[in-house]
Write a protein that binds this ligand. Sequence first.
Ligand code: OGA
Ligand code: FE2
Length: 536
Amino acid sequence: MAFNKIWCTVALGLLLPFSCAHTDFFTSIGHMTDLIHTEKDLVVSLKDYIKAEESKLEQIKKWAEKLDQLTDTATKDPEGFLGHPVNAFKLMKRLNTEWGELENLVLKDMSDGFISNMTIQRQFFPNDEDQTGAAKALLRLQDTYNLDTDTLSRGNLPGVKHKSFLTAEDCFELGKIAYTEADYYHTELWMEQALKQLDEGEVSSADKVYILDYLSYAVYQQGDLAKAMALTRRLLELDPEHQRANGNMKYFEYIMAKEKEANKSSTDSEDQAEKETEVKKKDYLPERRKYEMLCRGEGLKMTPRRQKRLFCRYYDGNRNPRYILGPVKQEDEWDKPRIVRFLDIISDEEIETVKELAKPRLSRATVHDPETGKLTTAHYRVSKSAWLSGYESPVVSRINTRIQDLTGLDVSTAEELQVANYGVGGQYEPHFDFGRKDEPDAFKELGTGNRIATWLFYMSDVSAGGATVFPEVGASVWPRKGTAVFWYNLFPSGEGDYSTRHAACPVLVGNKWVSNKWLHERGQEFRRPCTLSELE
Ligand code: OGA
Ligand code: FE2
């Protein structure tokens, strides 16, 4: 992998605006912006091609017109025409050389420049995996933010600068991707949207018969037999010979008849039991639901009484000489677990430097596989990240010192500064930053103990979505450029604080940049002394 990257940079770095082809474009906007430039270059090259083709056609037209006139005159009186010696000479010349030249012009390929440009750039285009990834991101956003299909298709999102809508064909494509994932719920939503847009008269190459075929199957899979039949009937009106639809119709009728039979003999008590389990399901809110609600800014679990005890203050890092004269602004974000936010804690220039250092190194973020202890990519963590060492830039080193001064914790045992970029749909589902008891090997190679605390810089505002949420305690922290949040993952006893379970919500509109520092246990023995129990 590393070898590949180097090879690409050396061989093609000169030709391309970005250093190498990676898959997973969709995971970060940082890399996708390169594609925007690539596409712009291609448009320029395509327009050059059109110009060349037009000028060629212009020359051919002129020749045709000239010869049209000449041959008109000549055919009217061939002998008289050839009686002029210059005409005789010119006829020889035209037929012997000029027509040949014209032939060459007609055959001349003007598309050279464009095609070779295209061939080079194409190797670095996103692939099927990227397209599917981007589509799945849309579906994920739809669920998390409760977006209605029509709203999403018309591009009516909060805070968007460049409105864009989906065509019936795009909706069909999304439905197909959901279908291949056996996600019949989204298949139905998107096939229905495609159909709706066609019914409203949208001109499209999408075919209603195909759409109805997918739609009726998705509806059937979700158990709505009557609707599946109605849709199949509609399909058959458009295409009475459709083989699968005819087969399905017969099958649906058979199932329907059988169900009616069974219904007659079923008892009321069974229905009652079914209803009861349904009620139970509603009472219990799984983590996923809590996470999504918090992402939408719903379900915050703060009481006015507790809220009153959250303050803001100027903080001097416990009389740290560097902050006595210029203390920093600190706000309490949450009480339990205690989460504090520092304001104006990283400047725009520092943010730019950190982003520039990270950009060429961004790669798909990984997680620890608890079974193998190895790093792998996971669908629940969709972002790109890079690590920056304090040795490579005075800015990074200065940032590390700032974290040490303001937390009072030793940063020499911390991990390097991690920079992460989340594209649209980018997220990190609920997780703990610390290693649990059942995974003692999580940070073994570092030899600095568990992750005692997390410091997280927000390096961008996010137009919509992208909050950091704590589903256990019902807290949401919204990104604000130039601020940072800090919390302890471990109690002073060294036990993990399970209330710190948190997640990065999917970005709905915009682009999210964060950087974080994970501080470790070693080195903190005198800075944050251990206690025997959690409560001390
Ligand atoms: C992390 C994390 C939160 C966020 O990277 O571990 O929890 O909002 N990030 O990016
Ligand atoms: Fe985290």
